[in-house]
Design a protein around this ligand. Structure first.
Ligand code: PAF
Length: 289
């Protein structure tokens, strides 16, 4: 595996590779790699000649400095995992290398950027879009891989690609879960043993919500989920939203679309956990939603 920290050496090496006809699969990460990341990388490895991974904890996408400080970092351990999936190129720049000058760019993703994470973490998606665009410009991949756990991020990145007319394919990859259903996340490392024991409650509640869609209205399902979280001391519910899978705007009944999702963010003290589920509505005609 080649390890680069400089933009210039990365772009020139990858340019040579493109010149000899190699295709590039890119997985951007903030490190603290887990099986969820490795699944994206395995897919990228299978579908492209070269697997390029970036590890960069992007300061401008954190709207709370405490969250940035606490974000887990372990580049040596990450390198071992990257060797395991036969990563070809690791790009691990410093903050100064990525942002030598003040950042002024402001993206407007319309309503897509105004709900859920966009509303609750001001500036977050602008920071994500700036770094992802920059990483795409450096690596110029044929395909880039993103997990569906951060479903809204994925939608924002697809929109970024369209807005910037970028010539690459965004490949969405399903959520990878622990044996007990907890969505894999770098943040899980920060859970205490007791919090880790309680955390699968998030996905269990989403699964129960999915079952309820057969007989309950959107509002009933939403209130039930909110109640479940609010009566569990281990969690502080930030939001549970039922939204369209494409534009992510809230839906009020099950009719009219098959692709409805449930999106949740819950805090376990200072660890913020995100998850989602497809709430397929198979009973559109009998459900008065
Ligand atoms: O999902 C992440 O890990 C980050 O938001 C990303 C896409 C690597 C940008 O920093």
């Amino acid at each position: 595996m080649k390890v680069f920290s400089k933009i210039s050496e990365t772009t020139s090496f990858l340019q040579e590779q493109r010149n000899i006809g190699k295709t590039i699969g890119f997985v951007p990460t903030m490190g603290a790699l887990h099986e969820g990341h490795l699944a994206l990388m395995q897919q990228a490895k299978e579908e492209n000649d070269l697997l390029v991974v970036s590890v960069f904890v992007n300061p401008i996408q954190f709207n709370k400095s405490s969250d940035l400080e606490k974000y887990p970092r372990n580049l040596e351990q990450d390198k071992k995992l990257l060797e395991r999936v036969k990563c070809d190129i690791l790009f691990a720049p410093t903050v100064e290398e990525m942002y030598p000058e003040p950042i002024i760019k402001e993206y407007d993703f319309g309503m897509l950027g105004k709900v859920m994470e966009g509303a609750n973490r001001p500036g977050h998606f602008n920071g994500v879009a700036i770094v992802v665009k920059k990483l795409f410009d450096i690596t110029i991949p044929n395909k880039a891989y993103f997990g569906e756990k951060d479903f809204q991020q994925l939608a924002i990145i697809k929109k970024l690609v369209a807005m910037e007319h970028l010539n690459l394919e965004i490949v969405p990859c399903p959520i990878v879960r622990e044996f007990d259903g907890l969505a894999m996340s770098s943040r899980n490392e920060r859970l205490t043993a007791q919090q880790r024991k309680n955390a699968p409650f998030i996905y269990k509640t989403l699964q129960q919500a999915l079952k309820m869609t057969a007989s309950k209205s959107v509002m009933e399902v939403k209130s039930w989920v909110e109640n479940e979280f609010n009566s569990n001391d281990a969690f502080g519910l930030e939001y549970f939203e039922v939204g369209d899978a494409v534009d992510l705007q809230q839906v009020k009944d099950w009719k009219g679309t098959k692709n409805i999702m449930g999106f949740v963010v819950a805090n376990m003290r200072n660890v913020r956990l995100i998850d989602n589920i497809r709430l397929f509505n198979n009973f559109a005609d009998s459900n008065n939603g």
